[in-house]
Design a protein. Structure first.
Length: 236
């Protein structure tokens, strides 16, 4: 039928994440190369078209995605139709309001909320924005640990801070912000790459990403420079 191969790597990664052996970032890497099984809603036409069946998960609408035909069979009615598709091919048209549940009904099932389904570009807070800045009530340890592990791959990042930020504007909510001090002449793609690192581990909501520069007039940067960074590149 020309369907993508269903590798056992995705189920293995989901089980490992449940056991605390890998991170969400590791799972995202596996998903980039994986196919998923989508159940066809009753009455859906045949063929390869994908119509996303919507369920309720933790108070939001979500789509059930399965790592194998076996996990689909355990959750779907007998004889239900299905289509196997590359996970990456679903993302461009993925509705903004839908999350996903991987391997519904299994012990290792994972709910990914809507805001985390697409790997977002960083939200860059413009210099001079009016902001209330402070300490997060709960440290985003998963995010900080992920960045401590991966920032050494970015030589242009000299130091990194974190804070909780509320920018002015309608509909704004408090966000964790990560500030970066960059070396002179840094590659312009550094922010995008760090944004992808951070987004892979930021499971609790949107993330702000800024460049920290002394005397910039940015209240977020000024606050961060008064604190100890959570990451500093070794001089050696």
């Amino acid at each position: 039928m020309g369907e993508p191969d269903l590798s056992p790597r995705l189920r293995e990664a989901l089980e490992a994440l449940h056991a605390g052996q890998v991170t969400l970032a590791d799972l995202r890497e596996v998903l980039r190369e994986s196919a998923v099984v989508v159940a066809k809603p009753a009455g859906a036409s045949g063929g390869r078209a994908v119509s996303l069946p919507v369920i309720e998960a933790d108070g939001e609408q979500a789509v059930a995605l399965f790592s194998s035909l076996e996990t689909l069979a355990a959750a779907a009615p007998e004889g239900a139709g299905y289509v196997a598709v590359a996970f990456e091919s679903l993302l461009p048209g993925w509705p903004d309001q839908l999350g996903a549940v991987f391997d519904l009904g299994q012990e290792w099932a994972l709910h990914v909320p809507a805001h985390a389904m697409k790997e977002p570009a960083p939200i860059v807070a413009p210099a001079g924005s009016h902001a209330v800045v402070g300490e997060p009530a709960v440290e985003p340890e998963q995010l900080l640990n992920q960045l401590r592990r991966q920032l050494p791959q970015e030589p242009a990042v000299e130091a990194a801070w974190r804070a909780l930020v509320l920018l002015d504007g309608p509909g704004e909510i408090p966000h964790v912000a990560v500030g970066l001090r960059l070396a002179s002449g840094a590659d312009e793609q550094v922010l995008a790459r760090v944004g992808r690192m951070a987004a892979a581990a930021a499971s609790e909501g949107p993330l702000d990403l800024i460049v920290v520069e002394p005397a910039s007039g940015d209240p977020v940067a000024e606050y961060m420079l008064a604190q100890a960074p959570f990451y500093r590149r070794d001089a050696g």
